[in-house]
Ligand binder design. Sequence first.
Ligand SMILES: *[C@@H]1O[C@H](CO)[C@@H](O)[C@H](O)[C@H]1NC(C)=O
Ligand SMILES: *[C@@H]1O[C@H](CO)[C@@H](O)[C@H](O)[C@H]1NC(C)=O
Length: 228
Amino acid sequence: MNSLVTYVLLSIFALVSATELEYDGWLQLRLWHAVNNDPVPNFEERGNITVSSIRSPVFAVSQSSLKPYEIEQLKVLAEQDGTYRLRVLVRSSSGSEVVLHSFVRACLLLGSNLEDIISIWLDSAAEPIAVNLYSLGPCSYEDPLSDTWITNVNVKYTESGPIPDTASYIQKLEREREARERGETKDNRSFLAKYWIYIVPALIFVILTSATNPEAGGGGGGGSVQRQ
Ligand SMILES: *[C@@H]1O[C@H](CO)[C@@H](O)[C@H](O)[C@H]1NC(C)=O
Ligand SMILES: *[C@@H]1O[C@H](CO)[C@@H](O)[C@H](O)[C@H]1NC(C)=O
C-alpha cells in the first residue's frame, strides 16, 4: 500500500513540475521588403505573421499582394541576378523586440510563384535571434502565376530541442519576477489561483495516507475514517 501511495505521489509531483516548466510563447512579425537593386534597400510594407504557439507552431499570415510595379521590379531584379531583401521586426511574448534581415535570389521567388519559407530561429531562452528566408525555385525571369504570397513559417531552435534549458529558463523567471516587482505585470491573482498546483497534491496526499492507514490516524487528520 505504501509503495502505491509513493508511486501516486511521485506521478502527481512529476506532472506538476512538468506543467510548471512547460513554456510556450508567441511571436509577432512585421515584414518589410525591398525589390530595388540599389545598395540601399527601399523597404516597403509586406505584411504580418503571428505565431500563436512557438511549440506547435501555429501561425497566421496576413500579407498584401504584390502590386504590378513590384512584380516588374522583381523581374528586373531577377534579370540582374539581384537579391530580394526582407526586414522583419520580431516581437516576442517576453516583451523583447528585434529587427532581423534575410534575403533570397529574386529569380527563385518568380520560379516558385511567390512561394517562400520563413524560418525564425530561437535561442535556448526562446528569444528570436535570426530570421531566414528561402524559396525552392527554380529560377525564372517570367511573370509569376499569381501575385499573392504563399508563405510557410517555421520556428527553429539553435540547441537541444523546444524546451529551453533550465539555467536560461530560471533567468527568464527572474526577469519576470523583477518586472512584477517593478509593478509592470502585477500578479494579483488570489492565493488559491496561484498555489493550487501545490495545494491539490498536498490534499491528495492527506486523503491517500488517511485512507491507507485508517488505524494510524490518531489525532486530527483521520477523524472521519475513525468514526466508523
Ligand atoms: C500589419 O500590422 C500593422 C500594425 O500592427 C497594420 O498597420 C498593418 O495594416 C498590418 N498589415 C497587414 C498587411 O495586415
Ligand atoms: C489585477 O489588477 C489589475 C490592474 O492593476 C486589474 O485590472 C485586474 O482586474 C486585477 N485582477 C484581479 C483578479 O483583481
